[in-house]
Design a binder for this molecule. Structure first.
Ligand SMILES: Cc1ncc(COP(=O)(O)O)c(C=O)c1O
Length: 449
């Protein structure tokens, strides 16, 4: 509390004279945003205090009108779905490729975008998640070329890639690739506080006035200047020392990857997988470790790392753990991580069968109404056995691979229920449903196809 009192609380001001206003900046905030635009290679930068989530809402709403089609990855972040609901948009889904060995959704090929744009020439924009949570990148430069050739806008969810533009050994950043707008969680991979993000724009197709309007709608009117200041600090640090700091992070994470790949039973996702499953590039700083062959689930590995070795990873799924390494990690942190995995491996192998779930790849179900319409319709909970032929009132997302089997408004088929049952039987978590045990599902009232 003393630390908070002396350091942070004294800085916790809002718009008083001499301190700028995020919503119509003229002083320090404007200057900091200009410096950030230069550093991140954009024409306009907007600081965000409601996370990348607010930026994703604003960028999608700014380039669409109600009723428009928008092309989005089926496994996009919930904020993209949120924007489609708010904007009353018609989502057209791109299915990411799935790596059946690792059980997770990977990249999206430019050819796939070309095909979808030919089928939906009336779509307004394309959203791409780059990199994915697992550190996988699509060929963003070619995707930008395809999207622009069709006269559409390319919006990138770069929540996990804010560091890309600061070192040539990292994948190309959205701004370098030619995207129109990108939303970046500076708080995830750079040195700013939680909730602080940036929206970068370099485009002749985006109406900046409309974008500013939606940023006002999606952000608080009492922005924290502490958060804003940390965005400026993060930019300054990257400009002065970013390349050198990232060189170290890339060297250490690459050494850790090599060591992990030497541990029997483990596989750490790396450049060797490029070319498969839509993988164009890999963020070397992200350590995604596959445990399936070790007879241990990712969630069990996550818990053992926390309980036995006091190491907290970012997330885990049935097969993998994802460790985010950043410029804040020291060489010893990487060594400790590898030592912990080496110690854990003493118990691997033997008679334990590999972890295996069902293969992903269900077709997108027929849509009875738009997700935004389903939000406003009456719903009821019914036992899962009675769901077939009903219209989903909630998302059903097996994780992994994180691709929704059902979205609100979609018709529940025997195949989708069968797949969900198989997922549950193999220990895959189902996200999005009100009843986590999935004995009941939320469906639209009186719906029966
Ligand atoms: C892929 C992706 N996009 C967007 C977001 C939202 O970012 P924020 O937490 O900064 O709002 C997240 C958050 O985890 C994410 O993983």
């Amino acid at each position: 509390m003393d630390f908070l009192d002396s350091h942070i609380l004294t800085l916790d001001t809002t718009e008083v004279p001499g301190i700028d206003n995020l919503h119509c900046p003229e002083g320090a905030v404007l200057e900091a945003q200009k410096l950030a635009a230069e550093a991140f290679g954009s024409e306009h930068c907007f600081f965000l205090v409601n996370g990348t989530t607010a930026g994703i809402y604003a960028m999608i709403l700014a380039v669409t009108s109600p009723g428009d089609k928008i092309i989005i990855p089926r496994n996009c972040h919930r904020s993209v779905y949120g924007a489609a609901i708010w904007g009353r948009l018609t989502p057209v889904y791109i299915d990411p490729e799935v790596d059946d060995d690792l059980g997770i959704a990977m990249g999206i090929r430019p050819e796939h975008i070309e095909y979808i744009l030919q089928k939906h020439p009336d779509a307004k924009a394309v959203v791409i998640t780059n990199p994915t949570y697992y550190g996988v990148c699509s060929d963003l430069e070619r995707i930008a070329e395809v999207v622009h050739r069709h006269g559409k806008v390319l919006l990138v969810d770069e929540a996990h890639g804010a560091h890309f533009g600061f070192n040539d050994r990292l994948p190309v950043s959205a701004m370098q690739a030619g995207a129109d707008v990108t939303a970046q969680s500076i708080h995830k991979t750079l040195a700013s506080m939680t909730q602080s993000s940036m929206l970068q724009v370099k485009s002749r197709q985006v109406d900046i006035g409309k974008l500013k309007f939606f940023l006002q709608l999606t952000q608080t009117t009492s922005p924290s200047h502490v958060l804003l200041a940390t965005l400026d600090i993060a930019r300054d640090l990257m400009e002065r020392e970013g390349k050198a700091l990232l060189d170290k992070a890339i060297d250490w994470s690459s050494q850790a990857r090599e060591a992990i790949n030497g541990i029997p039973g483990l596989y750490c996702l790396g450049h060797d997988r490029i070319g498969r499953s839509g993988i164009f590039d890999i963020d070397p700083t992200r350590l995604t470790v596959y445990f399936g062959a070790a007879g241990l689930t990712g969630s069990e590995a996550d818990q053992r790392l926390r309980d036995e070795f006091k190491i907290q990873v970012e997330m885990s799924d049935l097969y993998n753990i994802v460790a985010i390494t950043t410029i804040g990690d020291e060489e010893e942190d990487y060594r400790r991580f590898v030592r912990a995995l080496t110690d854990m491996a003493q118990d691997f192998g033997g008679t334990v069968p590999p972890v295996k779930g069902p293969k992903a790849g269900l077709p997108v179900p027929e849509s009875a109404c738009m997700p935004w319409e389903a939000v406003y319709l009456e719903k009821e909970c019914v036992p899962v056995e009675a769901c077939i032929g009903r219209i989903a009132g909630e998302m059903v997302i097996p994780y992994p691979p994180g691709i929704p089997v059902l979205m609100p408004g979609e018709v529940i088929t025997p195949e989708s229920m069968d797949y969900v049952k198989q997922c549950r039987a193999s220990g895959i978590k189902i996200n999005g449903t009100a009843d986590a045990t999935l004995q009941y599902m939320t469906v639209l009232k009186n719906s029966k196809i």
